[in-house]
Design a protein around this ligand. Structure first.
Ligand SMILES: *C/C=C(C)/C=C/C=C(C)/C=C/C1=C(C)CCCC1(C)C
Length: 245
């Protein structure tokens, strides 16, 4: 009936540890965002709901990814990319909701979503179809294709439509969007580092970083980015709510 996974986590397995704490952190964050919806004004409730969905969807995936990792010792690549394909577009929704009052159009949301799906499909092909033993050219080609989508999002957040719309928004929203853009620049850059730890990847072949580090970097990055994004939204929402009161 009950499987006490925690007992099975070896003391010297930091990856298992991050799967377990990642799961708890995502779940706790979701409870927080869902409950705090009640304390923010009108339009901010939707933003907090999306924050809670992002960490909630991740929590469910972490539950399964942890089990998969514990049972096989392998990277749960498919589960990982299903999670991201749902949560990264929701992060694009957060950008859209923040800039909507300043005039963001639906087309902005679609462009961001298409860029993120592009980035993730290419990354998935890079990881899931990496030949046995690892291929440097395969990982580089798909890594570069994926990075084009990443750069598009980065550009949009820092200089493109999102950044321009942010200038027309209030001070809190503007600063919040700038903080989110920093997350995209620094926090999201952790993912390609994890990607390069796979067999055939540059960090794997040049520095001998084992493929188990793929998950270590992804787990750390997910906690920073998904919970961090949500907290920035929470900060904007509560600040704007107290101004309105
Ligand atoms: C909650 C999940 C998030 C914010 C996931 C973000 C994932 C990325 C920014 C992944 C980027 C990748 C590259 C830029 C190149 C190599 C392949 C990826 C997919 C790891």
């Amino acid at each position: 009936m009950f499987t006490l996974d925690v007992l099975a986590i070896p003391k010297d397995d930091p990856i298992a540890f991050t799967f377990f704490t990642g799961y708890m952190a995502m779940m706790a964050a979701s409870v927080f965002f869902f409950f705090e919806r009640g304390s923010v004004e009108g339009k901010w409730k939707l933003s907090l709901l999306v924050s809670g969905l992002i960490t909630g969807i991740a929590a469910v995936h972490y539950f399964y990814m942890r089990d998969y990792y514990m049972a096989t010792g392998e990277n749960p690549t498919a589960l990982r990319y299903i999670d991201w394909t749902l949560t990264v577009p929701l992060m694009c929704v957060e950008f859209y909701l923040l800039t909507k009052a300043a005039g963001a159009k639906m087309s902005l949301l679609w462009k961001l979503i298409i860029a993120s799906v592009w980035m993730l499909v290419a990354g998935y092909i890079g990881e899931a179809f990496n030949p046995e033993g690892g291929s440097a050219s395969h990982s580089v080609i798909w890594g570069v294709i994926s990075t084009l989508g990443y750069i598009y999002i980065l550009y949009t957040a820092w200089f493109g439509e999102v950044a321009q719309l942010a200038n027309g928004a209030g001070e809190t929203v503007k600063r919040g969007i700038r903080t989110l853009a920093w997350f995209v620049l620094v926090g999201w850059a952790i993912y390609p580092i994890g990607y390069m730890c796979m067999e055939g990847g540059w960090l794997n072949s040049a520095f001998g970083w084992g493929s188990e580090n793929v998950d270590l970097f992804y787990n750390i990055a997910d906690a920073i980015n998904k919970i961090g994004f949500g907290l920035v939204i929470y900060y904007i929402a509560t600040t704007e709510t107290s101004k309105a009161a």
